[in-house]
Design a protein around this ligand. Structure first.
Ligand code: MN
Ligand code: MN
Length: 456
């Protein structure tokens, strides 16, 4: 396999373009650290790029640009092609990321600290979330139904929150012999929220009372309102360049917003496509695609049925099924990059490498390909032809060695509809950590590749 590090062959102009693109990417992700925020920011961006909410339309014609917002957690953007029935070229990524969610009754007091109780969301190494600055994002519905949107911990003047760890001097007996998954246990993921009691003899939990007073004064939030809230704890701070050569980007939520971002950028440059093209941003991938905003719903049928019913005079169920069966998808998600420190988990001939371009995975599953979509050779060759013709830089590599572990993507849920699907996305180091690492070269090549995919 004649592949090499892409930085070797870029011109100075190309490097400049890649670095500029990276700045735009970092700023976008800094402004969208949860699935809801990503939808809010992207809906505005879609409008700027000529997309209209599909609910404002009564009919559709070739070239129309529309989007569909599902419950503020999914966005599906479409440019209508010449004949929808011939199939849709879709790029599907997820905009949820591993994090800590607040429990429905989150506030407790211990030793004059107000603490926030959490339940982690998705696959995390719990110890990574201790002793680091954290921010609180999300929505709270008040008793009168008013919606309050929160983002605390991102501005320089904001406070942050933190899960306390034990000092090494005293961790010998309590922590040092725990296995990695239990260094910090689930119930120990509690955030410091306050340490200033009210001075009132009649109040039993004085520190808790003070934080409740503050929440009421500043946001109108009462303790009961947390039951109608979705508050997510994410790492505080921005994405940063990594390396003295600034070749890499580090930060939270790149799985999988790097794919969401690049697919949107590619979409904005498509004009009058032959095929109908679609960017599909889904939610709840990190917890197995359950729930009405995940991909394991009939939302794909709902959307495609809506498109067809607005363009076809004689719309029926069979046309919907055939359209889906004729469609092609990139299950656009990140994969694991060769790790220079932990090389042993990878098969060196079948691993994606940072700065080698978009990484395809024929299958993403575990132990005997279980749960994998396992893309067919016919579909792969079709992509190979067009990518080679357009000088797209890509590589093939899976997660790790056979039986080393495994993961899953949404590919199989797309394949359920008969949609030809393959996993494709940039490789990351430290995936699912608070500081995931991508390559600026891969970021840019992913965007280029997605543009070409829309033309198939
Ligand atoms: Mn992912
Ligand atoms: Mn993931």
């Amino acid at each position: 396999m004649n592949r090499e590090n892409l930085w070797k062959n870029y011109t100075e102009d190309e490097k400049k373009r890649i670095f500029e693109f990276s700045e735009e990417y970092k700023a976008y992700l800094d402004s969208a650290k949860t699935e809801r925020e990503f939808v809010t920011v992207t809906e505005e961006e879609l409008k700027k790029n000529g997309f209209v909410n599909i609910n404002e339309k009564t009919e559709l014609k070739t070239g129309d640009k529309v989007y569909f917002n599902n419950r503020d957690k999914n966005l599906i953007a479409v440019i209508v092609g010449k004949d929808i029935k011939s199939g849709i070229n879709m790029i599907v990524s997820h905009i949820d990321s591993p994090r800590l969610d607040l429990k429905p009754n989150p506030i407790k007091e211990e030793e004059e600290f107000a603490l926030l109780n959490t339940h982690y969301y998705g696959g995390i190494k719990k110890y990574q979330w201790a002793a680091t600055p954290l921010a609180l994002h999300g929505v709270v519905f008040l008793a009168d139904g008013k919606k309050v949107t929160l983002s605390i911990g991102e501005k320089d003047t904001d406070p942050v929150f933190s899960v306390p760890d034990i000092l090494p001097h005293l961790s010998y007996k309590v922590q040092d012999d725990r296995n990695t998954r239990e260094v910090i246990k689930g119930e120990e993921l509690k955030l410091l929220f306050g340490n200033m009691p009210v001075n009132d003899e009649n109040v039993k939990k004085q520190t808790k009372q003070l934080v409740l007073n503050k929440l009421k004064e500043e946001y109108g939030i009462e303790e009961d309102d947390f039951i109608t809230a979705e508050l997510e704890v994410v790492p505080a701070g921005k994405l940063r360049d990594v390396g003295i050569d600034q070749s890499m980007i580090g930060g939270y939520g790149q799985d999988d917003r790097i794919c969401a971002y690049t697919s949107l950028r590619a979409l904005y440059e498509v004009e009058n496509p032959e095929k109908t093209v679609m960017v599909y941003l889904t939610d709840k991938e990190e917890i197995g695609s359950e729930g009405s905003t995940s991909l394991k719903t009939t939302l794909p049928e709902l959307i495609v049925g809506k498109l067809l019913s607005m363009t076809e005079k004689n719309y029926n169920d069979q046309i919907l099924r055939e359209t889906l069966w004729n469609s092609k998808a990139l299950s656009s998600d990140v994969t694991a990059a060769m790790n220079p420190v932990f090389k042993s988990v990878h098969d060196p001939e079948n691993v994606a490498r940072l700065s080698y371009g978009l990484a395809f995975a024929k299958y993403t599953g575990s132990r005997g390909k279980v749960s994998a979509n396992d893309a067919d050779a016919e579909f792969i060759q079709e992509i190979r032809q067009i990518f080679n013709k357009n000088d797209i830089k890509y590589q093939f590599g899976g997660f790790g060695k056979v039986d080393e572990g495994g993961g899953g993507t949404v590919a199989k849920f797309l394949a359920y509809y008969g949609i030809r699907t393959i996993d494709a996305g940039p490789a990351l180091l430290s995936m699912h950590s608070l500081f995931e690492i991508s390559s600026k070269a891969d970021l840019y090549e992913t965007y280029r590749a997605y543009k070409v995919f829309f033309e198939i």
